[in-house]
Structure formats: C-alpha cells, structure tokens
Write a protein that binds this ligand. Structure first.
Ligand code: ZN
Length: 189
C-alpha cells in the first residue's frame, strides 16, 4: 500500500527520529516505499517523519532536477545515477558556515507553500545506506540544501522554523489554512 504523506501541523513532524540499529529487509522495504511515495508526489526529498514514522531515515533524488551542484561521494565523483535515489540512515551533517545562500524552498508536508530559507551552501553528510555501509557525501547547491532540509525533518525541525519573520508573515494565511485542513482531516473516521 502506498505511504501517505502527513501535512503540517501533524504532530509526527515534530518528533525527533530514533536511531536505526537494524539494517534488515524491513528497513529496505521502508526506504523503497518512501522512494515510491517521493516520486509519486514529484518531490526531491522525503523524511520518515513525513510518513508518520519518527526514525533517522530520509531519501533524496535530484535526478529530475536541472540544477547546478557539485558532489564528492566517498571521495569520488560518480554520475548521479550511481548513487541516487539516495537513502540516508542516521545522517550527520557538518556544514561549512560560509557562504550561505537564499532559496525558495518547498516541502511535501506543506503543499504549494514556498518561502525563502537561508542555509550554508556546502555540507558534508556522513550516513549509512540501507545495508548498513557507511558513506560520506560532500556537496553544495541544491543537493546540500536538500540534505539539510531532510536532516532537519529527522530532528523535528521544519523549514518554517528557519524562515525570517518577514517571510513567515507572507505565508501566514496559507499556513493557517493548511493547519485547519490537517486538523479537520484528522477528525474524520
Ligand atoms: Zn520537507
């Protein structure tokens, strides 16, 4: 059955993910199902919180996006096709604080709501894949942004938490309407 993506302000989005210790078939099935859900929703990233499961797992696929960014995967530069969709288990992000960039982000848990977020342009993320092997990915641009956005989700942090007051004021009516829709949907049997 297809996974359902939860919307703001579902409480699952605020839960810090538990570290994954079992690298088994169930984990690989969950990662595959999350990749399917991300593709079906035409997203470029999805975190386990967004399907109501607070664990340290997120998926990313930037192959459909025409954006310039650089990467180094385990010290080499393989084509994107070789390591995407990316499955990040227990990821740890080390950001290079400067320079930062501003980009209008979206989120599958906030349909149609976009707003500027400032983030460091370059990160290194250390993580395990679904079979438990350790990797390091150094990247910048949209890929670095996507990694930071998804890993934030794993800690219960949302992109709205990183927006300025001015940006939040702009999208406030949409956020309130979404919150209301989510609350009403939760009441239905
Ligand atoms: Zn998101």
């Amino acid at each position: 059955m297809a996974l359902k993506i939860v919307h703001y302000n579902d409480p699952a989005l605020r839960k810090k993910g538990v570290k994954i210790t079992a690298f088994n078939a169930a984990l690989r099935k969950l990662a595959d199902d999350m990749i399917d859900a991300m593709h079906a929703a035409e997203g470029i990233g999805l975190a386990a919180q967004q399907i109501g499961q607070p664990v340290q797992l997120c998926v990313i696929d930037l192959r459909p996006v025409e954006a310039k960014f650089a990467w180094e995967y385990d010290g080499t530069r393989p084509p994107l096709e070789l390591f995407m969709p990316l499955v990040l288990v227990n990821p740890e992000v080390i950001a290079v604080p400067e320079p930062t960039t501003t980009y209008e982000e979206g989120c599958l848990s906030f349909p149609q709501i976009h707003g500027d977020v400032v983030r460091p342009d370059e990160v290194t993320v250390k993580f395990k894949d679904a079979t438990g092997h350790a990797h390091a990915l150094r990247c910048n641009g949209l890929l670095a942004r996507c990694v930071q956005h998804e890993v934030d989700h794993l800690n219960g942090v949302l992109y709205i938490d990183r927006m300025s007051k001015e940006v939040l004021a702009l999208i406030d009516p949409e956020l309130k309407a979404l919150k209301k829709r989510t609350r009403e949907a939760a009441r239905k049997p």
